[in-house]
Design a protein around this ligand. Structure first.
Ligand SMILES: O=C(O)CCC(=O)C(=O)O
Ligand SMILES: [Fe+2]
Length: 277
């Protein structure tokens, strides 16, 4: 199969997003808005067709040797300029270990990019989020990426810097690799550090385990929702495609983050003048 048409990649019978006036799309929007309000997570099961999913997983796995490899212990929060006492949730660090295939490493004709660039999906997501404008990120590194987690790899507890993340699970591991989250654990006015500290100490109250299946499209609001991916077990890798959109047109991710990514990308370091010194 060549995956030239979007119908070969997305299950348009179930998700006719190219017919925005259809009752199916209307119902999806209402279901999605309710799910996001309640759970900060909305899944569209079986969004990508199984043959396309297998193809995309293989395409990504073949690029792992080029990919950025993160191995770091980092805090869940960005630096707010204050100094917090040792043991405070803002200072506690977690393991982050995974490969990330970057936007410019994904082929232009990849089905994953065809999904990302499909206008009806962007328009559906705009309406789902209730935004006036919604644009694909144009970041050469992070607009479209895929995280690949092998045995022992994990994404540590964190909040996302952006409001919303769209992802498609492309391959499940044999064990582990579970997406766990605490919906809306913090708000603009209440950081709720007690609950976060309890979670860091292993308390599972309020921690949900997402039932993500291969091929599902997931819409996740991670700005107020603490989340992580538990360590993967076994030889089969966990592979997830990540799409980045923004209310502003033409967005790139900040240079400090991309410079950090480049440091972890084989081949990029020696050619980047920033890191020659
Ligand atoms: O791997 C996932 O399912 C989610 C990854 C994640 O939380 C992120 O990229 O911010
Ligand atoms: Fe995240």
């Amino acid at each position: 199969m060549s995956f030239d048409t979007i119908a070969e990649i997305i299950d348009l019978d179930r998700y006719p997003l190219h017919r925005p006036e259809s009752p199916t799309v209307d119902a999806l929007l209402r279901e999605g808005q309710a799910a996001l309000g309640r759970d900060a997570l909305f899944s569209l099961p079986g969004f990508a067709r199984p043959e396309a999913v297998s193809f995309m997983a293989a395409e990504i796995e073949a690029r792992v040797p080029l990919a950025s490899r993160l191995e770091a212990n980092s805090a869940s929060y960005g630096d707010d300029g204050s100094s917090w006492p040792a043991g405070h949730p803002r200072t506690v660090t977690h393991q982050f270990r995974y490969h990330q295939v970057l936007n410019h490493q994904i082929p232009n004709d990849s089905p994953l990019r065809k999904i990302f660039c499909w206008e009806p999906l962007r328009e559906f997501l705009r309406q789902l989020m209730g935004y006036e404008t919604f644009h694909r990120s144009e970041c050469p590194h992070l607009a479209l990426t895929s995280k690949v987690a092998g045995d022992g790899d994990t994404d540590g507890w964190h909040f996302d810097g952006n409001d919303v993340v769209f992802s498609i699970l492309l391959r499940e591991p044999e064990g582990g690799g579970v997406f766990e989250y605490i919906p809306n654990v913090r708000s603009d006015t209440n950081q709720n550090y007690e609950t976060v500290a309890a979670v860091f100490n292993g308390n599972k109250d309020g921690v949900r385990r997402a039932k993500l299946a291969v091929g599902d499209l997931n819409v996740f609001q991670g700005n107020r929702t603490l989340h992580h991916v538990t360590p993967v077990q076994g030889a089969r890798k966990r592979i997830v495609g990540l799409f980045s959109y923004d209310r502003q047109p033409g967005t790139n991710f900040g240079e400090p983050y991309v410079a950090e990514l480049r440091r972890w990308t084989p081949g990029a370091m020696s050619t980047d003048p920033v890191f020659r010194a």
